[in-house]
Design a protein around this ligand. Structure first.
Ligand SMILES: [Zn+2]
Ligand SMILES: [Zn+2]
Length: 371
């Protein structure tokens, strides 16, 4: 019998031939759990036993995609928020690699200009499959194959179930906020959409010394979570955020007239639908920033002049870098960032996705395949 201490020298004797995997088999059809071979690592590949895999709203987009809508082919195993333990290594991998790792899910080419400067999330060569669970086999299985150790970040003592959501929900949020962190002291910010990403955005913003932090979500449970996480102003709709911010600020003392309407320095939009993006120009103070993270199908017309304030910026960041993920894990290990989770066995993954689709998940749904 192979013990964990022996691993991963060569292929462990007890590595099974087959495993359960939750796979998208055809576009437009519901994914399903099937038996597939356990991959054997080649070259520099690393085989991980999946300890936790988070479910993401973008999975629902993949599941609902029409044939041809995505730049990659089926079948593949879903799950792009992955944490796993090294169990086997390809012959060219570092033979000393051991332990539990978060998977950085943008598998860039390593050669293009973006990859060479460490911005794998902007890899120019990724034109189709992005990484595990997005065109390549992902973490909703007992094992996952990673192309090389360059896509791994040590778990640093963070529990797998807590860490999995941080590889996308946490990393995307961290990356979206990164240009703004350190310059928000005394400012006013809002997070729109308090789900898997939003509840982490609130935690990151809570460390920034803001004068006021607002949260927007139509779901009462999400608003309760926002209040619990320290949001000063919590409303159901973007149309309510400025009046509520104005009231809260006025209650604290006299305001310059220009700030009396409750306009914001920063809005993190984790919804990105027509309602939020139509409201965007009117939400900002001069010099304010609007960050679109959600892919809700809305659009904003960007031009200098009204209705936008002077000096505004709009950005639409994508996921995050490997270096960002190292920082996210560090924040988690210090207790600054903690994902609220609901846990499911792999046999209950369909129920987990149904809860996600219905907006019923508290924080992030995480599947524990080995349980
Ligand atoms: Zn995602
Ligand atoms: Zn690249």
């Amino acid at each position: 019998m192979t013990t964990p201490a022996d691993l991963p020298a060569g292929l462990p004797a007890d590595l099974p031939e087959e495993m359960d995997a939750f796979r998208l088999l055809a576009w437009g059809e519901a994914p399903t759990t099937v038996r597939v071979p356990v991959p054997r690592p080649q070259g520099r590949e690393v085989l991980l036993a999946v300890e936790a895999a988070g479910l993401c709203h973008s999975d629902l987009t993949l599941i609902g995609a029409a044939p041809g809508a995505m730049g990659f082919a089926v079948p593949f195993t879903l799950g792009h928020e992955v944490v796993g333990r090294v169990v086997a290594l390809g012959p060219d991998a570092d033979p000393t690699l051991r332990g539990t790792f978060a998977v950085h899910g943008v598998w860039g080419c390593g050669q293009c200009r973006a990859c060479r400067r460490g911005e794998q999330n902007s890899c120019a060569s990724i034109t189709d499959a992005i990484g595990p669970g997005i065109g390549r086999d992902g973490g909703l299985a007992e094992y996952v194959l990673v192309p090389s150790a360059e896509h791994l970040v040590p778990a640093d003592g963070v529990a797998a179930v807590d860490l999995a959501p941080l590889t996308d929900a946490g990393l995307t949020t961290f990356h979206a906020l990164a240009p703004h962190r350190g310059r928000l002291r005394g400012g006013v910010a809002a997070v729109v959409g308090i789900g898997g990403l939003g509840h982490l955005a609130l935690q990151l913003l809570a460390t920034e010394g803001l004068e006021l932090l607002a949260a927007v979500d139509p779901r009462p449970g999400a608003r309760d979570l926002a209040t619990h996480l320290g949001a000063d102003v919590v409303v159901a709709d973007v149309s309510e955020v400025k009046p509520a911010v104005a009231l809260a600020l006025a209650a604290r003392g006299p305001l310059p007239a220009a700030e009396a309407d409750g306009s914001l320095d920063l809005v993190i939009d984790l919804v990105g639908n027509a309602a939020t993006l139509d409201a965007a120009p009117d939400l900002l103070v001069p010099g304010g920033s609007y960050v679109v993270v959600g892919s809700g199908g809305g659009a904003a017309r960007v031009a200098k002049g009204a209705p936008w304030p002077r000096g505004f910026s709009v950005s639409a960041p994508f996921w995050g870098t490997h270096a960002d993920l190292v920082e996210v894990v560090h924040l988690a290990s210090r207790g600054v960032l903690h994902a609220e989770t609901e846990q499911f066995d792999l046999s209950r993954v369909e129920e987990a996705y149904a809860r996600l689709a219905a907006g019923e998940v508290h924080g992030r749904a995480v599947v524990i395949p080995g349980r």
